[in-house]
Design a protein around this ligand. Structure first.
Ligand code: SF4
Length: 334
C-alpha cells in the first residue's frame, strides 16, 4: 500500500455522518442456521449486548447525526423485546428503515405496527421452496411461517424483499424460490455466492456449492432476470463477496456496522473493531471509521481479503484496531 493510496481523499471524508447504519440488535436467534454468518443460535446473545436504555440512547444519537437510513438486524431482531421501540424512535424522526428477519415470529400485529413507520423494506429469508430443505438449512424453521410473514408484510402495505443464501443443500431450489417470491409479492430477490464467514466457514466443505452448481445457478439467475424484468428485481451482482470488497477498497461504503455490544466493525469481511459506542459518540465512531480506512492495517487486510477469500473466515475473530492517528505507520486522515 503506497503512501499516496493511504492519503487519497475518499468519498467518506466528505461526509459528516454515515449514510447507512447496519445495526445488529442481538446475536440471539430462534434458529441456528448451518450457514449463519453471525454464528447465531437460540439463547446465545453476544456478551455485553446493549440494554434497552443504551439502545434507545444510540437511536437518539443516530437521529441527532442525521443518518438517513438504518437497517435493524441480528441475529433475529424479533427476539429483542425493545425492537419495536427502537424502530419507532428512529422512524418517528423520519429515518428510513430496513428490517431483516427470518420470519418465524413476524406476525400481522408487528407488520401493522411497522406500517406506521417509514419502512423501506422488510427482508425475509426464503432459501427454499421445499419445507424439508428449508428446515435442513435452517434447523427448526417453518417455511409455512415464513410464507405467512411475507403475506403479513404485503397485507400491511410494506415493501417485501427476500434473500436466498445458496449452499449445497438448497441451491437447486432457486427456480421454485424465485417463483414463490414473485407470488408473495416481493419487489427484490437478493442472492449471491455463499459468504465464507461464521458457521458457513466452519461447515465450508459440506456447504460450498460446486463449480457446476454455481454455473447452473448463475445461468438460472440470468434467465429469470431476463424473463421477469420489471416484475421483481433479481439482485445478485457483485456475485462474490470479494468483488464487493474490491469496490469497498476503492471507495469504502458510508456505512457503520454496529454489533450488538455497541462495537463498530471496519467491514463485515474483516475482524477489526474501530469504535465502541459505549465510549464514543456516533460522530466519533464515524471519524474513527474514516480514519481506519486511511490506515495501512485495514487497507492491507482488505487487499488480502480480495486476494484470498478463505481469509474471510477470520472475520469473526474480533480484534481492536489501534486508532490511525496513534500509529505513524498508519496513513492518517487527509
Ligand atoms: S442466518 Fe439468520 S435466522 Fe439463521 S441463525 Fe443466523 S441470524 Fe438466525
Amino acid at each position: 500500500m503506497t503512501a499516496e493510496a493511504l492519503q487519497r481523499m475518499l468519498q467518506i471524508d466528505r461526509l459528516g455522518a454515515p449514510l447507512f447504519v447496519s445495526w445488529q440488535l442481538t446475536r440471539d436467534c430462534d434458529l441456528a442456521c448451518v450457514h449463519c454468518c453471525t454464528e447465531s443460535a437460540p439463547g446465545k446473545p453476544m456478551t455485553g449486548e446493549l440494554g434497552r436504555a443504551e439502545a434507545l440512547a444510540l437511536a437518539d444519537d443516530i437521529v441527532a447525526e442525521g443518518v438517513p437510513y438504518v437497517m435493524l438486524c441480528g441475529g433475529e431482531p424479533m427476539v429483542v423485546p425493545h425492537f419495536p421501540e427502537i424502530a419507532e424512535r428512529l422512524g418517528a424522526a423520519g429515518i428510513q428503515l430496513k428490517i431483516e428477519t427470518n420470519g418465524q415470529r413476524f406476525d400481522t400485529a408487528m407488520a401493522q405496527r411497522l406500517a406506521e413507520l417509514p419502512v423501506r423494506s422488510v427482508q425475509i429469508s426464503l432459501d427454499a421452496d421445499s419445507p424439508e430443505i428449508y428446515a435442513r438449512q435452517r434447523p427448526g424453521a417453518s417455511l409455512a411461517k415464513v410464507h405467512a410473514a411475507c403475506r403479513a408484510v404485503r397485507a400491511a402495505g410494506l415493501p417485501l424483499e427476500v434473500t436466498f443464501a445458496p449452499t449445497r443443500l438448497n441451491i437447486a431450489e432457486l427456480p421454485a424460490a424465485i417463483t414463490r417470491a414473485r407470488e408473495l409479492g416481493a419487489f427484490r430477490f437478493n442472492t449471491g455466492a455463499l459468504m465464507r464467514i461464521g458457521n458457513a466457514a466452519k461447515n465450508w466443505r459440506k456447504l460450498e456449492p460446486t463449480a457446476a452448481q454455481y454455473e447452473t445457478f448463475r445461468a438460472e439467475l440470468d434467465r429469470s432476470a431476463r424473463a421477469g424484468a420489471g416484475e421483481m428485481e433479481l439482485a445478485y451482482l457483485p456475485f462474490r463477496m470479494e468483488d464487493g470488497l474490491r469496490q469497498a477498497l476503492d471507495e469504502p461504503p458510508a456505512t457503520l456496522l454496529v454489533l450488538p455490544n455497541g462495537r463498530v466493525k471496519a467491514s463485515a469481511a474483516l475482524p477489526y473493531l474501530v469504535a465502541d459506542l459505549r465510549r464514543h459518540s456516533l460522530a466519533q465512531a464515524w471519524q474513527r471509521y474514516c480514519d481506519a480506512w486511511h490506515g495501512r492495517t485495514v487497507r492491507d487486510a482488505m487487499a488480502r481479503a480480495i486476494a484470498e477469500p478463505a481469509s474471510h473466515a477470520g472475520a469473526t475473530a474480533l480484534q481492536e484496531l489501534a486508532p490511525a492517528s496513534a500509529d505513524p505507520e498508519e496513513g492518517g486522515h487527509p
